[in-house]
Design a protein around this ligand. Structure first.
Ligand code: E4P
Length: 217
């Protein structure tokens, strides 16, 4: 499973990238706001750091304007994936941009039918939002499993990019279901390393080591 980092925070991306954890990056208008940076400038900087797909989202709501914005964003670097919302206009933009050979990430997906439409429109990635479904008491993981089954039934090549990840369990559950990619905030990836038994075991080892009076270096 590929790991994309869901942030426009260059320092956080860089830290994970140095560990070889970053296969790509996703951003959205809210994350650009949070970064306090200019979209073109920060996206260019991220594309310089990461060789995998970097999703940059259009903000127009009409298809022609989305296509124009998508082309401009795609000029930033070869690894840009243009992110469009799962609306009818977004599907039109997805078709046009993917026909031009650009990577397209269709975002704000909340149903299997929406995912089916995105695949038909040539999406490179479909982004089902797990956490936001969980927020309204709908099991977001069920949606990932449904899309996996539908795409496999017909051999669609659109990659399932599980998004709106809130917990480390979301990540392992998505891996079990077979999502192609997971995009999560840096803190969630870092939390994957935590386990209370690791902490307790290490504390005991340190205590016993101190009693030996030895040093390795
Ligand atoms: C995905 O591409 C989105 O940027 C993101 O995962 C949304 O997550 P949120 O629901 O935590 O805002």
């Amino acid at each position: 499973m590929k790991f994309f980092v869901d942030t426009a925070d260059v320092a956080a991306i860089s830290e994970l990238n140095d560990l070889g954890m970053v296969d790509g990056v996703t951003t959205n208008p809210s994350l650009i706001l949070k970064s306090g940076r200019d979209i073109l400038e920060v996206t260019r900087e991220i594309c310089g750091l990461v060789s995998g797909p970097v999703s940059a989202e259009v903000v127009a709501t009409e298809a022609d304007a989305m296509i124009a914005e998508g082309r401009k964003l795609a000029e930033i670097a070869e690894n840009i994936a243009v992110k469009v919302p799962l609306t009818w206009a977004g599907l039109k933009a997805c078709k046009a941009l993917s026909d031009e050979g650009r990577m397209v990430n269709v975002t704000l997906c909340f149903s299997a039918n929406q995912a089916l439409l995105a695949a038909k429109a040539g999406a490179t990635f479909i982004s089902p939002f797990i956490g936001r479904l969980d927020d309204i008491n709908v099991d977001g993981l069920d949606l990932i499993a449904d899309i996996r089954q539908i795409y496999d039934n017909y051999g669609f090549e659109t990659q399932i990019l599980a998004a709106s990840i809130r917990t480390v369990n979301h990540i392992s559950d998505c891996a079990k279901i077979g999502a192609d990619v997971v995009t999560a905030p840096p803190a969630v990836f870092k939390a994957m390393a935590n386990h209370p038994l690791t902490d307790a075991g290490l504390a005991q080892f340190m205590k016993d080591w101190a009693k030996t009076g030895q040093s390795i270096l």
